[in-house]
Design a protein around this ligand. Structure first.
Ligand code: SF4
Length: 848
């Protein structure tokens, strides 16, 4: 696949040479798998689950986990045109040649992307079509608690936490290879591991549920990691090329949530709550920031504000982060879950607006969904936020919730208006955004039996909301695409009958369905029609007396608990969080002699919530060792320009495919990892003072690039090359570092020399044959669109000083005094058949 890089859009996303990526000698590896994410690089590189598994597997000597993501459609076209299979990023191994491909399935709209990747990777789509020579197709992630529509395409699914189960599975795969087990034997042995679900061992019972094939297979239990402090957390996270969706060093501070929101699947399937200790987190944060060079730290959990030692954790990270210009983000904060002191500190390092999730517009409906947030608490929270300097607040709501009325919908507007009013008169750029998503009933929740509103109802309710929001300029309404919600609803509570529809939809081009610019409903509607699926029927209310397609998969939360919570929802009764109040006997934990629903694991484990403190420290500030007062401003002057250096570097091999924007970020992070005392610009968002020479086109190499940077403390110039060299990705090398005067502008060279080498003699001869006509011409006008995209012409002849032949091919001297265009464009003007697949173009000198 890598041979085709010059033809790919964003080729850096297929290099696999990022800092902290792992490269092993394949001869020493006993089990070789790919961690597959069925979405684009930008999304995949933001997913923490895969980073955790990558670290754990590659931390062993004999197992190797590489990455593979869904390529963009134009890249897939190139692969197909060249009959080349999709391959792993690190070692370029085709998927079909691996021992296993492990998909992370995080939402239902990526199901056709799984088929797309299998297909491109040369693996038969259906599990039943695969034989002994094919890799095992494994799926994990939150969706596997009901990925029945995908069951026909997957050999093995994993329910629950992956840290412990994955090495166990790889051990069996390696043993199976050593001992020559048949595929069926390997799958049979894997099925014995707690947390492993083999779809082919179950069949439709004809009544809406599933039954074991020919025997008494117990329900499949999810796997739980009880001690989060005992499993490793990745500090050497891969530093992505470019900008992923979430570009930060994310630390999982806790797993599980017991707030008990009745619509929330994650809050049910990841129980019980397990927090990491503050000391353990402190060490993870220090090492992680040092090893990634990230400029943002994020505390991750389903409900960050409920972490019982949040204030202590925040304070222990705050001073260090402020000193290093690292911002801290706390996503998923609940209303009222942080103290004013903490909010004040957050305000000093915030980069974004505040987001809160009241989820429903009226107290009645918030009681129904068990969102323990009152209007007073919300307004108190936003009033503090505005007073402390926030200007923008985003509120998440759902619509179509069970029992919703017009009054509840209007309540969304009323609440937004009250939030806006809580800003008082002093907020100049006030904006309150309501982001509304239609409700999708999810398996394993108290609302799993509820009806989902139809596409027409979604549109009608959205129109109502748009209409009532229109008069208010300070309020903004955003909404989720109704087609996506509808499809999500079909597949969330789907069953195995949907498999043929997935195949047909994929064949008709339904891909990247969760991207609004890619979403097309037609292939889906055609696929449902052709396979005889009544899609709307999947949105219906379910009878609690009837089996469900996911009843055989145990999340640990009992059906009795879910039914009780459903009843309490209809009674508008709140259920408090069990981590601080009474256990509600949901079934996950084995408390007081009571056996957990997870019987196979409960026998060997003590399954209980694990929290640092019995109450949250942000509620009783003063109990923490250090009072949450304002930390002193950094003693250093971040803006001091002590010295200016010019770093000369080369970028060849894989680094040729890095774009200028990517290089900028690579250097920023490299400087941070090297602990260089960079000088920063002033202003609200200080940025390191770096400047670059003219950008090289992607795919073109250079041995003489430069960039300038300022430091705020004195450094010895001769120490710099070794310090920086260690932090650059494969293909980049430091040539030398010069010290320059701090004042004055850096000149840009207009005379550059390139070496052009061809792989084949035929291409080289063709190019040489076309040269004389070009060199003898006074002008050489070619078609070129203007920056505005309009047709135009450009004379490329004055841009070429000379082209001569040497032993490596050709030496081209460019003159950019009148105009700069890409050197590739000029060479294609000389020889229209020239492509970057034919050779290498390297800048070898520049003259000032
Ligand atoms: S069993 Fe009790 S303590 Fe454990 S998660 Fe369920 S409700 Fe909470």
């Amino acid at each position: 696949m890598k041979a085709l890089l010059p033809l790919f859009s964003r080729p850096s996303h297929y290099l696999g040479t990022e800092i902290n990526s792992v490269h092993k000698d394949l001869k020493t590896v006993r089990a070789h798998v790919a961690l597959a994410f069925p979405d684009l690089y930008e999304v995949a590189m933001s997913y923490l689950g895969q980073k955790i598994l990558y670290d754990i597997v590659n931390g062993t000597d004999h197992f190797y986990a590489e990455r593979v993501f869904a390529p963009t459609e134009d890249v897939a076209e190139v692969l197909r045109a060249h009959d080349t299979p999709l391959a792993t990023l690190e070692s370029d191994t085709p998927l079909r040649d691996l021992d296993g491909v492990l998909f992370s399935i995080t939402h239902e709209l990526c199901y056709t992307n799984v088929l797309y990747m299998l297909d491109l990777g040369g693996i038969p789509l259906r599990a039943a079509q695969r034989g002994d020579g094919h890799p095992l197709v494994i799926a994990g992630g939150g969706c596997t608690f009901n990925a029945e529509p995908l069951a026909a395409f997957v050999d093995v699914m994993v329910l629950g936490d992956g840290e412990e189960i994955l090495p166990e599975m790889l051990g069996l795969i390696a043993r199976g290879k050593d001992e020559g087990w048949a595929r069926s034997e390997l799958i049979r042995r894997l099925a014995e591991v707690p947390g492993v679900y083999v779809p082919s061992f179950f069949e439709d019972d004809g009544n809406g549920g599933m039954r074991p094939v020919g025997g008494e297979t117990p329900r499949v239990e999810k796997r739980i990691v009880m001690d989060m402090n005992a499993v490793s957390f990745p500090t050497r996270q891969i530093v992505p090329f470019g900008k992923p969706v979430h570009d930060r060093y994310s630390v999982e501070i806790a797993r599980g949530c017991t707030r008990g929101c009745r619509f929330c699947q994650a809050g049910m399937i990841y129980r019980p709550v397990r927090e990491r200790e503050v000391d353990v987190l402190g060490s993870i944060i220090d090492r992680g920031l040092a090893e990634t060079g990230s400029e943002e730290l994020s505390f991750l959990s389903l409900s960050t504000g409920d972490f019982s030692a949040l204030e202590a954790l925040f304070l222990s990270s705050y001073s260090h982060c402020r000193q290093e210009q690292v911002s801290i983000s706390l996503p998923s904060l609940r209303v009222g879950s942080v103290s004013e002191d903490l909010m004040r500190l957050m305000g000093k390092i915030r980069h974004t607006g505040m987001t809160l999730a009241p989820e429903a517009g009226t107290q009645r409906l918030r009681n129904v969904i068990n969102k323990g947030v009152t209007e007073d608490e919300l307004l108190d929270h936003t009033e503090k936020a505005f007073r402390l300097g926030w200007q923008q607040v985003k509120l998440y709501f759902m619509m179509g919730l069970p029992t919703e009325t017009r009054e509840d919908l209007h309540g969304i507007l009323d609440l937004c208006l009250k939030v806006a009013a809580s800003a008082g008169k002093n907020v100049r750029r006030l904006q309150v955004t309501a982001a509304v998503s239609p409700f999708v009933p999810k398996p394993h929740t108290p609302f799993q039996w509820e009806r989902q509103i139809s596409m027409a109802e979604i549109e009608e309710r959205l129109a109502y909301l748009r209409n009532i929001f229109r008069p208010y300029k300070k309020l903004k309404l955003k909404w989720h695409h109704s087609h996506m919600t509808w499809l999500e609803g079909v597949f969330s509570r789907g069953d195995r009958h949907l498999a043929p529809a997935l195949e047909v939809a994929y064949a008709k081009g339904a891909l990247f369905t969760s991207w609004s610019d890619h979403l097309r409903l037609e292939p889906w509607l055609e696929a449902f029609a052709e396979t005889g699926i009544d899609a709307e029927s999947y949105l219906r209310e379910r009878d609690p007396e009837q089996p469900l397609p996911w009843d055989h998969l145990a999340s640990g939360v009992s059906r009795k608990y879910l039914l009780t919570e459903r009843r309490r929802a209809l009674e508008e009764a709140a259920t408090p969080d069990c981590r601080y109040e009474a256990c509600r006997s949901c079934g996950v934990c084995n408390l007081d002699g009571r056996e957990s629903e997870l019987t196979r694991q409960a026998a060997g484990h003590d399954i209980v919530p694990v929290i640092n403190r019995a109450t949250r420290d942000q509620e009783d500030a003063g109990l923490v060792d250090e009072p949450p007062t304002e930390s002193p401003a950094p003693a250093i002057d971040l803006h001091n320009k002590e010295q200016r250096f010019r770093l000369w570097y080369s970028k060849t091999g894989p680094a040729m495919y890095l774009s200028q924007l990517e290089l900028q970020r690579i250097f920023e992070r490299a400087f941070r990892r090297a602990r260089m005392p960079l000088a920063f610009s002033s202003g609200f968002h200080p940025a390191p003072l770096l400047s670059f020479a003219r950008a090289l086109p992607v795919g073109v190499g250079s041995v003489c690039e430069w960039m300038d940077f300022f430091v705020r403390e004195h450094m010895v110039v001769k120490d710099l090359p070794a310090l920086l060299e260690a932090e650059l990705p494969q293909g980049m090398r430091v040539v030398k570092v010069d010290e320059l005067p701090c004042q004055g502008k850096a000149p840009i060279s207009n005379h550059e020399r390139f070496s052009l080498g061809f792989v084949s003699a035929e291409d080289s001869q063709r190019f040489a044959a076309r040269l004389p006509a070009f060199l003898e011409a006074a002008e050489w006008k070619v078609f070129k669109r203007t920056k505005k995209g309009e047709p135009g012409e450009v004379d490329v002849r004055p841009m070429v000083k000379s082209i001569t032949e040497d032993e490596k091919g050709f030496v081209v001297d460019f003159d950019w005094q009148t105009l700069y265009v890409s050197p590739i464009f000029v060479l294609q003007a000389v020889d229209p058949e020239f492509t970057m697949l034919q050779g290498r173009l390297i800048k070898i000198a520049q003259f000032f």
